[in-house]
Design a protein around this ligand. Sequence first.
Ligand SMILES: Cc1cc2nc3c(=O)[nH]c(=O)nc-3n(C[C@H](O)[C@H](O)[C@H](O)COP(=O)(O)O)c2cc1C
Length: 136
Amino acid sequence: MLTQLIYASEPFGFDDAMLDGILLQARRNNARNGLTGALIVRADLYLQLLEGPDAEIEATFARISRDNRHLGVHLLLRETVTERMFPAWTMRDDPAQSWLWDADAIHAGALTRATPAELRAVFVRAAADEAASAAD
Ligand SMILES: Cc1cc2nc3c(=O)[nH]c(=O)nc-3n(C[C@H](O)[C@H](O)[C@H](O)COP(=O)(O)O)c2cc1C
């Protein structure tokens, strides 16, 4: 059995170099720990899906929660699943697309009101968008 977790946070001191550093560290650790997932990124938002063995998810999320490169880490979904959504990605990174909730909607609570299906759909759609643009 696998655990799938989705959380949101607010980047602190965001720039490209910081994001590159986070992704490098995430991919190295996740490969070692059997984790996969995706990180949707915007200047005001990180939205991350992490999946893998429960103990590694716990330990990784504990480290992420303490990381001072972001603020306001809050767990949105945590479920047991039978299949990975991102089996081929130690950590995908996707810029937030225009259809994602904007900063105002998020401040008004859109993420915390979203259902598990809606939250998962965000990641499915992000993955599909890139597949579509790669095929152009
Ligand atoms: C938005 C964000 C996403 C992160 N994602 C991961 C991740 O998927 N896996 C991971 O191990 N660390 C991730 N990190 C980094 C951890 O917070 C922590 O710095 C790192 O795991 C410590 O690694 P080290 O023991 O190699 O120093 C993330 C940090 C941020 C800010």
